[in-house]
Design a protein around this ligand. Structure first.
Ligand code: AMP
Ligand code: MG
Length: 495
């Protein structure tokens, strides 16, 4: 048995960026799921994961050999309000390693007990929210969307009080770095600006080596984060992912999807959909995600002003064009995504109107977002009879058939204009429009079974979601819209 080599980087920055805090053990830990493909990517061999000590480490019941677990401090804008101190209240970094191909990776336990940043909370995570984070991290990865990963899910009978009594669980999540926008905001608003540069240089040295040592490295890193965040928002929009809590403390300095709480995938298409029951004003509704992504980037840039110039005026002058990269990068990424989702090989004048009319049809019909794109892939260029379009599927999703019958000839004309070939186009569309996403009712079914002692549905969902674009005959039920009684599942910040 060999463990991957330790390469402490963030831990090496030491205090006051993070503090050594041991995990608090959980009674009777059960390994509910292990992500074997990720274990292999990390360089954990079969003997390492079969070792009983491995489960103990995934529960926080045994330390990673040679590494002291640590909690880091950060701040953040939560629902628009600045909160000066947050931090890893229930997450602990348990190892920093080099993976099988030498990339730096950090392993974090979420729900491993209280830390100095727990703010009177218990430091635990419940099974329900842990299953959701575990499955969604890997579902997003399989969709090709940058995200933190999930290595292991451990449950315990330990009671945890939320609205009702639930039980504890721990997710071991993995990312090259868990640094958030809020890590930089913490030192900026405390006016300890001299703390910013070591933090930024740590991030650049480990994760943006192409900028290391460059006098303009901070501006280059920030430009990269802004552009990555803009592209990430386009990727979320394109699959109907709603994050739910887009606070700056939940935004990654590497442009990863981070902190899965009350997230949701669109079922019926409603652009104003609010997935988080706690977000009553709809600050983080689906159609607001791109603008919030930009706002969050401006907060990161503000926190990094001391890195961008010797005078406030010079720093602002340097930061402004970086912030301005966001709308351009987002628009370009979004156009690329919608174009590909419609099966168009290239973007042309007039496509924007075609896309907007299609999205308008889906919205006015409250059509199922995921299924409608798969149906669209079955449209034939030569088929002039609206009734035979895409089998019956697409017409069943659309309510305003007059508008649909007006749109369809224009879509076909556009396809003909680039000599589109039906089978080839369908294959391209089905490679970007997923059949399977982690709908709330699917997660809920796995949660209910696991709470009753049967973790097998977690494994089944994990397997289906690992191939979101494949047809997977026999798994049609996982691609269905929610049954009527499951349409109004409410998820909140409680986790
Ligand atoms: P979240 O809404 O999950 O992103 O959490 C916001 C902040 O609250 C973070 O600093 C978390 O570490 C902290 N937090 C959330 N839940 C708990 C908990 N049960 N125990 C300790 N800290 C928590
Ligand atoms: Mg968070």
């Amino acid at each position: 048995m060999t463990l991957p080599p330790l390469t402490p980087r963030f831990a090496a920055l030491g205090e006051p960026y993070s503090l050594p805090i041991p995990a608090r053990p959980l009674p009777d830990p059960q390994l509910l799921h292990l992500n074997r493909p990720l274990a292999a990517e990390l360089g954990l061999d079969a003997a390492a994961i079969a070792d009983p000590a491995f489960t103990a480490r995934m529960a926080g019941n045994a330390p990673w050999p040679g590494f002291d677990a640590r909690a880091s401090v950060y701040a953040g804008h939560q629902f628009g309000q600045f909160v000066p101190q947050l931090g890893d209240g229930r997450a602990l970094s348990i190892a920093e390693i080099s993976d099988a191909v030498g990339r730096p990776q950090e392993l974090q336990l979420k729900g491993a007990g209280p830390t100095p940043y727990s703010r009177h909370a218990d430091g635990r995570a419940v099974l329900r929210s842990s299953i959701r984070e575990y499955l969604c991290s890997e579902a997003m990865h399989a969709l090709g969307i940058p995200t933190t990963r999930a290595l292991a899910l451990v449950g315990s009978p330990q009671p945890v009080r939320r609205e009702t009594m639930e039980t504890a669980a721990v997710v071991c999540r993995v990312a090259p770095s868990f640094l958030r926008f809020g890590h930089f905001e913490f030192w900026y608003y405390r006016r300890e600006h001299e703390r910013l540069q070591p933090l930024a240089d740590h991030l650049i040295a480990g994760h943006f080596p192409e900028f290391d040592g460059d006098p303009d490295r901070h501006a280059k890193w920030l430009t990269e984060v802004v552009e990555r965040t803009a592209r990430l928002m386009a990727q979320w929009q394109a699959v109907g992912f709603c994050h739910g809590v887009m606070n700056t403390d939940n935004f990654s300095a590497l442009g990863l999807t981070l902190d899965y709480g009350p997230f949701g995938f669109l079922d019926a298409f409603d652009p104003q959909h609010i997935c988080n029951h706690t977000d009553q004003g709809g600050r983080y509704a689906w159609d607001r995600q791109p603008v919030i992504g930009h706002w969050n980037c401006t907060k990161l840039l503000q926190a990094c002003l001391p890195l961008l110039g010797d005078t406030p005026e010079a720093a602002v002058a340097r930061a402004q064009p970086i912030a301005d990269r966001y709308p351009e990068a987002y628009a370009a990424a979004m156009t690329t995504r919608w174009t590909a989702k419609l099966g168009l090989r290239e973007s042309r004048d007039g496509d924007e109107a075609l896309i907007n009319r299609w999205l308008g049809l889906l919205a006015s019909s409250k059509a199922d977002f995921t299924r409608s794109w798969r149906h669209l892939a079955r449209v034939r260029v030569a088929d002039e009879q609206p009734d035979t379009v895409a089998g019956a599927g697409l017409r069943e999703e659309i309510l305003d058939l007059a508008a649909f019958d007006a749109w369809l000839p224009d879509y076909r004309a556009r396809l003909r204009a680039e000599q589109s070939e039906d089978r080839e186009r369908a294959a391209r569309m089905n490679a970007v429009n997923p059949k399977f996403v982690l709908r709330n009712h699917l997660a809920q079914a796995a949660i209910a079974q696991a709470e009753a002692g049967d973790a097998s549905e977690i494994a089944r969902l994990f397997t289906v979601l690992a191939q979101p674009f494949a047809e997977q005959p026999g798994h049609e039920a996982y691609a269905a819209e929610p049954p009527p009684e499951a349409r109004h599942i409410e998820v909140s910040c409680s986790s």
